[in-house]
Design a protein around this ligand. Sequence first.
Ligand SMILES: C[S@@+](CC[C@H](N)C(=O)[O-])C[C@H]1O[C@@H](n2cnc3c(N)ncnc32)[C@H](O)[C@@H]1O
Length: 293
Amino acid sequence: MNSPAPSAFTRDIPFSDDDFRSIADLAHARFGLSLAESKKPLVYSRLARRLKSRQVQSFADYLALLNRAEEEDERLELISALTTNVTSFFRENHHFDILQRGLAQELGEKVRAGGRLRIWSAGCSSGQEPYSIAMTLLKTIPDAHARDVRILATDIDPKIVAKARAGVYSAEEASGVPAPLRKEWMATNDPSGKTYAITETLKPLVTFNELNLMNDWPFKGPFDAIFCRNVAIYFAPETQRRLWQRMSAMLTPGGLLFIGHSERVTGPALENLEGVGITSYCKSRASAQPTLQ
Ligand SMILES: C[S@@+](CC[C@H](N)C(=O)[O-])C[C@H]1O[C@@H](n2cnc3c(N)ncnc32)[C@H](O)[C@@H]1O
């Protein structure tokens, strides 16, 4: 959630407990979000801007609008308003250390032997996470482009996926990339030096797609590693348990799952996942082959 306080125009719009519950129910049904009562003032301040922008006078009218089939864009505006896209390059760097160790050993051997390597960044926001994965990969497997190696990066928000695909970052955002990697994989084409663009040589390793994690996943996997960090934090406990189970089913035996710093894997997924570091899990090698969905 990252937007300013409501304007004078919107401050007077009545927002009843029923309005709040209806918004919360819709956000839960469509996106798996869990909005506690304590979030009511925050939800008001975020959504009041949407009402203003759509020139809607009441939350009842806004809800009616959100329920119209043709208002998919507004439903996506809703999720943008209720969640945050905050991210950074090499966020929680210890995850990239674990990935790199895996790439230096078994995963790298598999790739060099002609095997397939798939990594999924689920809830990739503006792309810093999958590009950090790609840079980590290329450190250990410099010829990854010529191998059967792909990174899938998905997010529910089409605007943020477009930004991720473009791969252009401010100097401040790019400062999170270690200098040697920035020099190799980011270019300052902009004469003012204010922006850095991911190079066209790095980009092909990553495929971006829009995907609501609550829906069916249009791919089979399996993945050698999944990054699903700081996404499930917004989901209801039962939705989280189901998500971890689906993700665990998508991992290869020995595959890695990385989650956000304030998240924990819960539920049946734990039967097949063991901790291998802070918020890092490995799928048991004894587990059955992945069963999907
Ligand atoms: C805080 S960002 C996390 C970005 C990155 N994973 C990281 O940890 O830096 C959360 C992202 O999750 C996405 N998101 C929220 N709900 C989602 C859903 N139901 N399906 C897919 N993505 C979702 C948001 O659009 C947002 O870009």
